[in-house]
Ligand binder design. Structure first.
Ligand code: PNS
Length: 157
């Protein structure tokens, strides 16, 4: 049984996140979606809201476990018997930071990280841009799952 972990802030989840988790679920036996609790970060959605939005978009996959964590990712991954952390890479600009984190996680606990290329459909999509465009009245309905679009609309009303 091989368990993968897809960690992130998911503030909010985007179609890019959902695509990576679904592709992982087609490869691994279990996928832990680990939502960082980020108490110090000023997130738009609370931890409970982010998990609810992920559930609304991934609830059909029984092998996906939605969980939150604080502290070091490698500690939580070890607790959850995770074999590999999977990170989506949108462009070369993601690579330097992701490589550094992957190497730190390997240094700390020998945790393996694999990079999965983001689908070109979502390579320009990030949670921060989605928040900004939505805040400024732009349309994000085709970049995020429908429950997320509705939650953004409600939050910004
Ligand atoms: O969606 P994000 O904000 O890019 O996700 C970043 C995340 C949550 C994966 C990263 O910040 C993280 O791993 N945080 C947990 C704290 C930790 O382990 N820090 C050391 C990383 S090498």
């Amino acid at each position: 049984m091989t368990t993968a972990m897809c960690p992130g802030s998911f503030d909010p989840p985007t179609n890019g996140h959902i695509d990576i988790v679904r592709r992982c679920a087609a490869i691994y036996d279990r996928v832990v979606v680990a939502v960082v609790s980020n108490p110090s970060k000023n997130s738009m959605f609370t931890l409970a809201e982010r998990i609810e939005l992920l559930d609304a978009s991934l609830g059909d996959l029984d092998i996906v476990d939605l969980m939150s964590f604080d502290g070091l990712l490698v500690d939580f991954a070890t607790e959850q018997a995770v074999d590999v952390v999977v990170k989506g890479l949108r462009a070369g600009s993601d690579f330097d930071y992701e490589l550094q984190m992957a190497q730190m996680n390997s240094h700390l606990r020998g945790m393996e990280t694999l990079f999965m290329p983001t689908s070109p459909d979502w390579s320009f999509v990030s949670s921060s841009l989605v928040r900004e465009v939505a805040r400024l009245g732009g349309s994000v309905g085709d970049l995020v799952p429908a429950p997320v679009a509705a939650a953004l609309e409600e939050k910004l009303a």
